[in-house]
Design a binder for this molecule. Sequence first.
Ligand SMILES: N[C@@H](CCC(=O)N[C@@H](CS)C(=O)NCC(=O)O)C(=O)O
Length: 214
Amino acid sequence: MQLVSVKGSPYAARVRLAIYRKDLPVEIVFPPREGLKAPEFLALNPIGKIPVLVLDDGSTLPESNVILDYLEDVFPAPSLRPAVAELRAKARLLAQLGDVYVFAALGQLFRQVDPARRDAETVARGAAALGKSLGYVELHLGPGPFAVGEDYSLADCSLAPVLALADILARHLGLPDPFTTPKLAAYWAALQADPVTARVLAEIAEGMAKMLAK
Ligand SMILES: N[C@@H](CCC(=O)N[C@@H](CS)C(=O)NCC(=O)O)C(=O)O
């Protein structure tokens, strides 16, 4: 199997986190140089987005959450799905809070990365939206160290890249530390201290640094 991925993509990073965490036999490859809208890539994923999982029979699976579910089904151990129904629901909820609310705020900030076209009011609105959305995560985080408790789960695969982007964008835009509430601050520290997550956080930082330098 191959995962078509780029370092800075939070969607690809969540799948790499699961692959590294579960030590799966999946080769990580880059998209073609011609880009995501080139015929060679569109043949793999007509949506023109990464990540894409290429199965051994040549068939393809796009969409990060679908890929995560598929990998869990095919390689159930070690499991990233909490065993208890309530914790599984919490894991889905936390991943969704990141995907829907935190990403929306990050999108606003992302459009402000170019200093030549930056608007202070829009940045302030984006920062407020980010704070509000991270408040939802704070509310639902478990007792730690990871999102729903002691065991690393799919919620961590999804949230770690989202928080990494929040951290990188906040620094880039000169905003204050976004992780000052108690559970979120402890959670961000636990993610950074976890070696597998730290590997992916470094990959995201490398990919984003190249993008922000353009
Ligand atoms: N819903 C998709 C979103 C994937 C996505 O937006 N990927 C971005 C990279 S972070 C992409 O490929 N963007 C290229 C484009 O939209 O042209 C998923 O979960 O996999």
